[in-house]
Design a protein around this ligand. Structure first.
Ligand code: AMP
Length: 472
């Protein structure tokens, strides 16, 4: 989980990168960074915190150039350390390189060991630095970027959507299974590559298409070129992006996330109808699901929990009482909507179960007589190794517990998780093209100690199909 963006346009692009990162803020709140190229030099600024906390107009004015990349970080691999903030800039054989990544490699330890055994050093604990090492290794031998990305795709196992700048040429590539999202858009006089289409919308641009799994996009003064480096016999788009992670107004691999969630809500009603006074979302993650449930059931959609949008990240409170207070501040119940009522409470997912339990407590304390919980994802039973920050198996409430046991623990009157088939149907992408690791425990790449079904991948040695699209 991280957000990435790359832009090449006619004028200065630092403010555009800033707005694009702002639109991707939900993908990472730990750090933000921008790096630009002015024709001769790289400029970089990054820091811990939210996009609006890290940058100000003076900083942005100093980030000169008409090409650049940006990143917002959510920690998965690599601890919460300032040096792990991206993009990373470096000079290699007189080439100025900047790189940022979203995803998680499952063979990072092996690769790192391989490099370290040859005396190479690392400055961070991120996968991004490893990707850069593989690229520079190949640049050393062939000097060709296409070959370097080919080597990346052959050597790396896991998820990676990457934006990179080498001497002002902007590159974007996506792993052969397309696990993490990445799309391509047109801005005024240039192009934008971003994790989600919402970044393109923020700039008033036009979404052209998704970056294809295994594709390398190259953008320079002549326009945009596309090269297919690897082709897999199926894809493995992260199903959790649709459930929780992506913004509802994003279009991911052809599907509008809002509509996916509303469809799921409708199917939740088909699978688990219940007689109730109102359908209430857990804001904001449950809203589109709840609207779908309400439309299908004709039970009124009534917001009964209000989220305080001005609360920053919940900080660690020393005592239980203070923590409870913080939750109350974040989510306030509307007693008039809840007292004496039976409510359908709709949310996207239950992970550890602590949030659900707390929220159900708030709804009951406000006087609700029955709380029927409907969840937009199937039970989460397994960890994620491919970039979503889910806890270990032992911490997952649905690990080795059926719905009835989970229901008791979270104190719901009834509980239903959407079935996997209904979820897949709502997304509109065949099950075989989705990564369902966290739901099924079966992953699209081999992972030690886990079961997997890996697609066959064809690496197109030296015969990359190149297609040129020129600037308007
Ligand atoms: P809990 O069951 O207490 O772990 O909290 C689950 C809730 O947190 C879900 O309803 C989501 O809205 C949200 N959530 C789900 N996955 C994540 C994640 N990987 N990181 C942060 N929040 C998440």
């Amino acid at each position: 989980m991280c957000g990435i963006v790359g832009i090449r346009d006619a004028g200065g692009i630092s403010f555009s990168l800033y707005y694009a990162l702002y639109a991707l803020q939900h993908r990472g709140q730990e750090s933000a960074g921008i790096s630009t190229f002015d024709g001769t030099r790289l400029h970089k600024y990054k820091g811990q915190g939210l996009v609006a906390e890290v940058f100000d107009p003076a900083i942005l004015r100093g980030l000169e150039g008409n090409v650049g990349i940006g990143h917002v970080r959510y920690p998965t691999t690599g601890a919460n350390r300032p040096e792990n903030a991206q993009p990373f800039n470096f000079l290699f054989r007189n080439r100025l390189i900047s790189i940022a990544h979203n995803g998680n490699l499952v063979n990072a330890d092996e690769l790192r060991e391989d490099y370290e055994s040859r005396g190479q050093i690392f400055c961070t604990t991120t996968d991004t630095e490893l990707i850069a090492k593989v690229i520079t290794d190949e640049i050393c031998s062939s000097g060709c970027i296409e070959d370097a990305i080919h080597r990346v795709m052959r050597n790396l196992r896991g998820s990676y959507s990457v934006v990179m700048m080498i001497d002002g040429i902007l590159y974007g590539f996506r792993d052969p299974l397309g696990i993490k999202p990445m799309c391509l858009g047109k801005t005024g006089k240039g192009f934008i590559i971003a994790s989600e289409s919402v970044a393109i919308d923020a700039l008033g641009g036009t979404l052209l298409r998704d970056v294809k799994p295994g594709e390398l996009i190259c953008i320079d003064e002549n326009g945009m070129r596309s090269m297919q480096i690897a082709v897999a016999d199926r894809r493995a788009h992260c199903i959790f992006e649709y459930i929780y992670f992506a913004r509802a107004d994003a279009v991911l691999d052809g599907a509008l996330v809002y509509d996916v969630r509303r469809n799921i809500g409708r199917k939740l009603h088909e699978e688990a109808p219940v007689d109730s006074d109102s359908v209430c979302p857990v804001p904001d993650s449950g809203t589109a699901y709840a609207i779908g449930y309400s439309q299908a059931s004709h039970i009124p959609f009534v917001e009964s929990l209000m989220k305080n949008r001005y609360m920053g990240r919940t900080f660690i409170m020393p005592s239980q009482t203070e923590r409870e207070l913080a939750v109350r501040m974040k989510l306030n119940p509307i007693r008039e909507h809840l007292a004496g009522k039976s409510v359908v409470l709709v949310d996207d997912s239950i992970v550890r179960g602590t949030t659900s339990r707390r929220i159900i407590g708030i709804v009951r304390d406000a006087g609700a007589e029955a709380v029927h919980v409907r969840i937009g994802s199937p039970a989460i039973k397994a960890p994620c190794y491919l970039g979503v920050d889910l806890p270990t198996r032992e911490e997952l409430i649905a690990n080795e517990r059926d719905d009835e046991e989970v229901r008791k623990r979270i104190t719901a009157s009834t509980l239903h998780h959407i079935s996997l088939d209904a979820l897949v149907e709502s997304i509109g992408i065949e099950k075989k093209h989705l990564c369902t690791g966290c739901l099924t425990g079966c992953y699209p790449v081999p992972i030690q100690g886990e079961s997997s079904q890996s697609p066959g991948i064809d690496f197109l040695d030296g015969t990359y199909q190149t297609k040129l699209e020129v600037f308007e």
